[in-house]
Write a protein that binds this ligand. Structure first.
Ligand code: CA
Length: 259
């Protein structure tokens, strides 16, 4: 089966500052993508539903509903890569803590060159996921990875732990598969960036850390081990396969967002 891109990707830019929206749209258009701009949160959600974009570039601070809620609503409808634009690094940390589910983050001001590189990486990865989905149901599909009570269904791109389905973003899923494909092996941040994000430079190792945080929050803190100064390793869960349901993970204290 020849897999070709049926049409150039549609990129949705949700950004309320006209100067930034225009600059981003012009730059992404120059890459050959079809770009649509939405100027507030509600318009962004509506446009995502209507356009079914291949990628969403999403500002956090928006009139109407903010980027967090826009991201949740878009992802609830359909899995699509989201690149979130934040004002500060600590805002990125806050968003990761809240489990917003974006695939990548860029702090303003950013270079257009880097924006394009990250958009390309996200689109490439999504293309690969689509190809894997097309193989599902054929004899070429990859078998699930089962490690203890963790089951990673690569064909359906679903993850469960015990009886619980775990909702991961596409990036979180790819990171988990990469780590779990070779348990107990240390993966450096740079290697993970190259394999999961398709990045060739190592400027984004913080992105790896943030996605590991998200995996721990969703799957439990015991699976992904930090190897200090080096990277991460996937450790099989201890005390596997019992009939009793797993005890619920302790709920972290509620964090209220400002405003
Ligand atoms: Ca804004």
């Amino acid at each position: 089966m020849a897999v070709t891109s049926a049409s150039p990707a549609v990129v949705l830019v949700v950004e309320d500052e006209p100067a930034i929206a225009t600059a981003v749209a012009n730059r992404l258009s120059a890459e050959g993508w079809t770009v649509e701009v939405a100027g507030d949160g509600h318009a962004g959600v509506a446009a995502a539903s209507r356009l079914r974009p291949g990628l969403v570039v999403l500002d956090v601070m928006l009139p109407g509903i903010d980027g967090l809620e826009v991201c949740r609503r878009i992802q609830a409808e359909r899995a699509v890569p989201v690149l979130m634009l934040t004002a500060r690094d600590d805002e990125t940390d806050m968003l990761i803590g809240l489990g917003v589910g974006a695939d990548d983050y860029m702090t303003k001001p950013f270079s257009m060159r880097e924006l394009v590189a990250r958009c390309k990486a996200l689109l490439r990865r999504n293309e690969r996921a689509l190809q894997a989905a097309q193989l599902a149901g054929t004899d070429r599909q990859e078998p699930p990875i089962t490690i203890g009570d963790v089951v990673i269904d690569r064909a359906q791109r679903r993850v469960s732990r015990g009886a619980e389905q775990v909702h991961l973003t596409p990036t979180e899923f790819d990171l988990l598969v990469t780590l779990a494909s070779s348990p107990r092996t240390v993966h450096t941040r740079e290697r993970l960036l190259a394999e999961v994000w398709d990045w060739v430079d190592a400027s984004g190792t913080r992105t790896v850390d943030s996605h590991v945080k998200a995996l721990r929050r969703k799957l439990g803190p015991d699976l992904v081990r930090t190897v200090h100064g080096v990277g991460y390793a996937f450790d099989p869960p201890s005390g596997t396969a019992t009939e009793a349901p797993a005890a619920p993970a302790p709920t972290p204290p509620e964090r209220s967002a400002e405003g």
